[in-house]
Design a protein around this ligand. Structure first.
Ligand SMILES: O=C(O)CCC(=O)C(=O)O
Ligand SMILES: [Fe+2]
Length: 261
């Protein structure tokens, strides 16, 4: 297989590999690359939903969505962006941080892609943490934050008060590499634990701005047959909705992750 970097902070494109046919040794190498680069892209894959699920299971148990799964393959969600009024993923986030044990990775397979636009952007949160001063690191190391799905609930016309919520460290330690990463996002983080919302907003705002500095980022432009996966423990992502009314169809799955610590 051939490995090409997307940018220095994030992403590796892996060519000359068929993800349906990898042995344990190759998987171990892919996991090493995943931990090093946070996002892997495998162009030119030909996958049935079962093949994507089998590859996903190499990393752990799949997360089943309560409503949105495909009938025949409930572990896979179809993302369709045609004529979408409001894109719920057009914000910087790590997936489902409002859960106690959010998915460690999300894996997307492109079935239809727009002629232009519709990239996914990523930002490396280990670099974001490293770029802070020692004094500031010492402070955020001590903080925990409350994450909720209130925003999503409102968007779907559900009661925000009963939306899921979880408390996580503001700096999490990667369970496989031991590296520290910032773990807050504008979409889901409401306030610091034991702080009021008013007290939290200005510091959170600073962290949101800092966490997405351009030099922490990479973007992936989708082609049909691309399989991509990102590490929710170490990157934020953003679905850029700039493809107008063009069709974009993606099969998505998630793999269970540890309780952030
Ligand atoms: O559609 C995309 O590019 C990513 C959407 C997203 O945020 C997700 O699948 O978790
Ligand atoms: Fe997402």
């Amino acid at each position: 297989m051939k490995v090409r970097r997307l940018t220095a902070p994030v992403g590796a494109v892996i060519e000359d590999i068929d993800v349906r046919k990898i042995d344990q040794e190759t998987w171990a190498e892919l996991n090493r690359l995943f931990c090093a680069h946070h996002v892997l892209v495998f162009p030119g894959q030909v996958l049935e939903p079962e093949d994507q699920m089998a590859f996903g299971r190499r990393w752990g148990s799949l997360v089943r969505h309560p409503y949105a799964g495909l009938d025949a393959c409930p572990d896979i969600i179809e993302l369709r962006n045609r004529g979408k009024r409001k894109d719920v993923n057009q914000h910087w986030h790590s997936d489902m941080t409002y859960n106690t044990a959010p998915p460690k990775l999300t894996m997307l397979y492109a079935l239809e892609t727009p002629e232009f636009g519709g990239d996914t952007a990523f930002a490396n949160q280990e670099l974001a943490y490293e770029a802070l001063s020692d004094g500031f690191k010492g402070m955020v190391d001590q903080l925990r934050a409350i994450h909720t799905a209130e925003g999503l609930a409102s968007l779907y016309g559900e009661d925000p008060a009963s939306a899921p919520r979880a408390e996580h460290p503001v700096v999490r330690v990667h369970d496989e590499t031991g590296r520290r990463a910032l773990y807050v996002c504008r979409a889901f983080t409401r306030r610091f634990a034991d702080w009021s919302r008013e007290e939290s907003v200005s510091l959170l705002d600073y962290l949101y701005q800092h966490s997405i500095r351009p030099e922490f980022q990479a973007r992936h432009t989708w082609k049909v047959g691309d399989l991509a996966m990102w590490d929710n423990r170490s990157v934020l992502h953003f679905a850029v909705h700039d493809h107008a009314d063009q069709s974009r169809v993606i099969h998505r799955l998630q793999v269970e992750g540890p309780v952030p610590a």
